[in-house]
Design a protein around this ligand. Structure first.
Ligand code: 4NP
Length: 165
């Protein structure tokens, strides 16, 4: 039987810009964990540096708000080596983000004993498992709605997997 991973104490959600997908995922995850009674530190970051210090994209803010997630106060930052030391689990929104994170992790191997576990955000999801959360930045309103739908589904799947541990 496959051993389930127990609830991590901290989770970092990562996308490219940290202004669309991962800040949305941060708030969805935070709310779902609270509802499930799980105490988890949740944060988000981007692999890129273009939007450091910026608020989430206003389209992401609007779509998140329509679904009950307030993300306007979040501030974008870039993922750092320390994140691999300080978080238990780092979840990548798409396979390119995952590859970029793996390269950082590989560069740290040997210097640190305990580095964050890495996975694709959709990994546990029975509906969207293995899929990317597609980058909505150049997309339309439907793309932002799809981001919310996929994030809600995949976050719930992680939390369900921990509840049974
Ligand atoms: P995110 O979306 O990775 O979901 O925050 C993007 C935001 C900005 C850019 C790309 C994706 N950009 O190229 O600036």
């Amino acid at each position: 039987m496959l051993m389930k991973t127990c609830t991590p104490s901290s989770v970092l959600l990562v996308c490219l810009g940290n202004i669309c997908r991962s800040p949305t995922a941060e708030e969805v995850f935070r709310q779902q964990a609270a509802i499930a009674g799980l105490s988890i530190k949740v944060d988000s970051a981007g692999t890129g540096d273009w939007h450091i210090g910026h608020a989430p994209d206003e389209r992401a803010q609007r779509h998140a708000k329509a679904h009950g997630y307030k993300i306007n106060k979040l501030v974008a930052r870039q993922v750092s080596a320390d994140d691999f030391r300080n978080f238990d689990l780092i979840l990548a929104m798409d396979t390119q983000n995952l590859a970029d994170l793996q390269a950082i992790k590989d560069s740290l191997a040997g210097t640190d004993d305990h580095l964050a576990k890495l996975a694709l955000f959709s990994e546990e999801d029975p509906t969207y498992g293995g899929d990317d959360v597609p980058d909505p930045y150049k997309g339309d309103s439907d793309a932002f709605e799809e981001v919310i739908e996929r994030i809600e589904s995949s976050a719930q799947a992680w939390i369900e997997s921990w509840k049974t541990c």
